[in-house]
Design a protein around this ligand. Structure first.
Ligand code: CP3
Length: 355
């Protein structure tokens, strides 16, 4: 089977009736489902222990290790969904891009893409390139039973930001220079990344992921007019490519208050909201027909329990009239977060919303 075959609707999985998937479909839920971006990772001592001595990208290619790391927060916190442990640059590494994840820095690309000739670094992704993903998801779905597994990928813009800059950036000056200065090259780059991303999400869905999230973490750097013209078409292509499976598609970015409507328009079923816009206002910006995910500021977890609970009630109050709400943080769990604060948060959301 090729990743480019037309998608078939997925067979309902054991997780079909979970609170998380119901909320994604905007159906009534027994309680508001909760999961956390970056729930699997450095905040957990058991994660640091199993990762010891293994580089980040190497860990992503070991199915047993990926399975263990993905399950850790499910066991510990009782979250309503697991998220596949990987990184957004894994599919790029898999097609042969020379890159590494440097501790304390993030993804670093050896030969940044700046010219048309550099585009030759990008080839199509096949399921064989990421056979370890298929294997790990097979192991995981068996272990998870009725708990849904979220697959994910980086969106074309966020991937391009690393590929063009050569690493993390605060200004995206090279990426934006290409976007404004050579719109045709930019469009071709994003279009290729859309195909790679779509193929990678298809692998995860075919292997058993019951939802997918597209991380456009850095899209908030863009003005709406530029997002619509130069980024939305590529993200829309990704969502369209996986629409036929019938699994919920989540679209998330940081600092995207001004882009929420457009991010919904790109085709997702669920729109992720960071902490800067209250959920009811986000729903007005996005319009009807979508579930929303979010949006406790991850730094709130460093405050005393009573303060966390007060902010949690605030989020739930602003989300009470939504068509569907998945509780999450407005961005990932910070590495120094007390894991017990996360466990308490899950319990608190469940208790407050039990119907
Ligand atoms: O706890 C951990 O963060 C452990 C492992 C790790 C991941 N990525 C897992 C990951 C590490 C060290 C990285 C490197 C990396 N890659 C960084 C962080 C640099 C640092 O040391 O702080 C960054 C920023 C990237 C690029 C990246 N990866 C982005 C922009 C995203 C999208 C999500 C986001 O945070 O905005 C990712 C996805 C990612 N990397 C996930 C995981 C487990 C995704 C899924 C999830 O939410 O769990």
């Amino acid at each position: 089977m090729s990743a480019n075959d037309a998608p078939r609707a997925q067979q309902p999985s054991a997780a079909y009736d979970s609170a998380f998937l119901k909320a994604c479909r905007r159906e009534p839920v027994p309680h508001t489902p909760v999961w956390f971006m970056r729930q699997a990772g450095r905040s957990l001592p058991e994660y640091r222990k199993v990762r010891e001595g293994t580089a980040m990208l190497e860990s992503c290619m070991r199915p047993e290790l990926v399975t263990e790391i993905t399950l850790q927060p499910v066991r510990r916190h009782g979250v309503d969904a697991a998220i596949y442990f990987s990184d957004i640059v894994v599919p790029l590494k898999a097609i042969g891009i020379d890159l590494d994840i440097k501790p304390g820095i993030g993804p670093v690309v050896e030969h940044p893409i700046r010219t048309r000739a550099d585009l030759a670094q990008l080839r199509d992704l096949t399921p064989e390139d990421v056979s370890y993903v298929t294997e790990a998801i097979g192991l995981l779905t068996r272990e998870l039973g009725a708990t849904p597994l979220i697959g994910f990928a980086g969106a074309p813009f966020t991937l391009a930001s690393y590929l063009v800059e050569g690493g993390p950036s605060r200004t995206y000056e090279n990426a934006k220079a290409m976007m404004y200065g050579d719109p045709e090259l930019w469009a071709d780059l994003l279009d290729r990344l859309a195909d790679i991303t779509a193929a990678f999400l298809k692998v995860q869905i075919e292997a058993g992921a019951s939802a997918v999230q597209l991380f456009d973490s850095w899209a908030g750097a863009l003005a709406p007019v530029d997002y619509r013209r130069s980024v939305l078409p590529a993200s829309a292509k990704v969502f369209e490519a996986v629409a036929g499976y019938g699994v919920p598609r989540i679209h998330f970015g940081v600092g995207t208050g001004e882009l929420l409507g457009l991010m919904g328009e790109a085709g997702a079923d669920v729109v992720g909201v960071d902490w800067r816009v209250p959920m009811d206002e986000a729903a007005r910006r996005i319009g009807p027909g979508k579930a929303l995910q979010g949006n406790l500021d991850p730094t709130v977890l460093f405050a005393p329990t009573e303060a966390v609970e007060a902010k949690t009630r605030e989020v739930l109050a602003s989300a009470q009239d939504l068509e569907g709400h998945i509780f999450n943080l407005g961005h990932g769990v910070m590495p120094s977060t007390d894991p017990d604060a996360l466990t308490r948060l899950v319990e608190h959301v469940h208790a407050l919303t039990a119907r």
